[in-house]
Design a protein around this ligand. Structure first.
Ligand SMILES: [Zn+2]
Length: 220
């Protein structure tokens, strides 16, 4: 379990789960790290419950309102939404999203369908290209609604990707694809696995760090 230690002149330990899902442990200045870890371990059930509550809360308060001028990420760019009176579609045109004004109540589903379709085209094309380059055989590509993971793979050679991935810049999409393809060679995260990734994308660590830092923004 990841947590952040905040040291101060206090005398006792206290743990707190923020609405963003961070675990903060406030501790006295000189308390050893392993004692802090033991404390967190004893409270792991409580922390897990709080983390689940914080996540449910964030989901209820989706930041999306689907109003004029709001922007949505696609391939790393922010695309503005324009509501069009009388239109019966959601489409991307001239760097804007155009959505029928009467369709706003259905906007979450329409956007999801739109992103899923783009994800299928974009990811299948990139998977094929990198699979050829890495000499691996892919049995199929599935587009999922996964919220917690960007990609996964089965030993049989099927790759799964969250449709939200196409919100990310091209270089990040490449990283997730190469990561999953590398698992068809090494089914683990050993040094050999990372060397396989690094042969294709020498700067994979930068891309991975970007994804960790920004993944919360890549959502509807
Ligand atoms: Zn992995």
């Amino acid at each position: 379990m990841d947590f952040e230690i905040i040291r101060s002149g206090r005398k006792t330990i206290a743990v707190e789960v923020t609405t963003e899902g961070e675990v903060l442990v406030r501790v006295p200045l000189r308390l050893a790290r392993r004692e802090v870890a033991a404390f967190v371990d004893r409270h792991r059930g409580w922390i897990a419950r709080k983390l689940a509550q914080a996540e449910a809360q964030r989901e209820r308060q989706s930041p999306r309102q689907f109003v004029q001028g709001e922007s949505f990420p696609f391939l790393g760019e922010m695309i503005r939404l324009r509501l069009v009176e009388g239109a019966e579609y959601l489409r991307r045109d001239n760097g804007e999203f155009l959505l029928g004004a009467d369709l706003v109540p259905r906007a979450p589903a329409l956007f999801r369908t739109w992103y899923r379709a783009r994800a299928r085209e974009i990811l299948e094309e990139r998977v094929e290209r990198f699979a050829r380059r890495m000499g691996v055989v892919v049995r199929g590509v599935r587009i999922t609604d996964a919220k917690q993971r960007w990609g996964s793979c089965s030993p049989a050679g099927t790759l799964n990707f969250a449709w939200r991935l196409v919100m990310a810049p091209e270089g990040i999409i490449e990283y997730v694809i190469v990561h999953e393809l590398a698992h068809l060679i090494e089914m683990n995260h050993s040094r050999r696995f990372w060397e396989t990734v690094g042969r294709v994308l020498p700067d994979y660590a930068v891309r991975r760090a970007w994804l960790r830092k920004n993944e919360d923004r890549l959502t509807l």
